[in-house]
Structures are given as structure tokens and as C-alpha cells.
Design a protein around this ligand. Structure first.
Ligand code: MG
Length: 176
């Protein structure tokens, strides 16, 4: 069994006139995140973590914000497309740990919905995903509620093709 770890970070500015979407969940709030796509900072960080784990660069390489196809895009597209690439390479997600930094709105009531949605999108049991929420302690751009950021860490695994049964047999024979 081979394992890889990946990390991702993303942040977007909060502004009026935009829906707030985190982890694919629309959250009632007076402001939302600004971006070329739907600006889902959680899905962007998770996508970057997956890309990082397999050495496929970053979300800007894979889905450029200069591409009109991604204007207003549902960020679930980025995650599911990236997951398909990983699966084609033989990788599966083991677990995901996400930390969302937001002064407002309070994310306590929506953490479970985000967690469950991430698990569905990744095709893993809910207990393989964790979502934590932190405020910015009213300091800096997060604390002033100017932006929301996310940090994500993912572990992936695949059955190794480097370690064959022949290797086992040779090792066993050498012990005779
Ligand atoms: Mg982003």
C-alpha cells in the first residue's frame, strides 16, 4: 500500500450581492465570496490538496480563472473532475481534515452539512471527513470579516504495484 499526503489553502473576499457557498453548501448570509467561479474556498482548498497529493500542480493550472468556461462555475466540478483523475491513477481518499477560518457567519450550525457533503463528493464515509471552524479573533482580514479562508489536508492511498508476490517469494527463499 502506498500513501500520499496533500495540503491546500484558499481564501476569498466577502462582498454583498454574492451567495455564500462553502463545501458545496449554500449558507444564508448577507454577503458571499467573490471569485471567477462560485468562489467556494473550501472546495478550492480540498481540490488543491488532492492535486498536491498526486503532484498535479494547483487548481489555477488545472482550471484557470482566465477560462470563460469557469465563469460562475460550480466548484463541485473542480473537485469531482480532480477526484476522477486520482481514481484513474489508482488513488483513493483515506481521510480529509478541513479548517475554515471565518469571523462571520457562525459556522457551527453548518459544519455537519459541509462535512456530509464533502464525504458524498469524495465518495467516502462521513467519519473520514472532519470540518473545523475558527474565527479570526477579530484580527486581520479574517477577523475583520473581509474574507474567509480554508486549510485542507488529505491522505490518499493506492495498492502498490512495486511490491509484487515475486518479491515475497524471493525473500522467503533467501531465508531457507
Ligand atoms: Mg479559490
Amino acid at each position: 500500500m502506498s500513501f500520499r499526503v496533500g495540503s491546500g489553502h484558499d481564501s476569498h473576499r466577502l462582498a454583498e450581492g454574492r451567495p455564500l457557498i462553502l463545501g458545496g453548501v449554500t449558507i444564508p448570509h448577507t454577503r458571499g465570496l467573490v471569485g471567477h467561479s462560485d468562489a467556494d474556498a473550501v472546495l478550492h482548498a480540498v481540490t488543491d490538496a488532492l492535486l498536491g497529493a498526486v503532484g498535479l500542480g494547483d487548481i489555477g493550472d488545472a482550471y484557470p480563472d482566465t477560462d470563460p468556461r469557469y465563469l460562475g462555475a460550480d466548484s463541485r466540478l473542480f473537485l469531482t473532475d480532480t477526484l476522477a483523475k486520482l481514481n484513474q491513477l489508482g488513488w483513493r481518499v483515506v481521510n480529509l481534515d478541513v479548517t475554515i477560518f471565518a469571523q462571520e457567519p457562525k459556522l457551527g450550525p453548518v459544519k455537519t452539512a459541509i462535512r456530509e457533503n464533502l464525504a458524498v463528493l469524495l465518495g467516502v464515509p462521513t467519519d473520514c471527513v472532519n470540518v473545523k471552524a475558527k474565527t479570526g479573533e477579530k484580527v486581520g482580514h479574517i477577523g475583520r470579516a473581509e474574507a474567509i479562508a480554508t486549510h485542507a489536508v488529505v491522505l490518499i492511498q493506492k495498492l502498490s504495484t512495486d511490491y509484487t508476490e515475486d518479491t515475497d517469494i524471493e525473500r522467503d527463499s533467501s531465508n531457507l
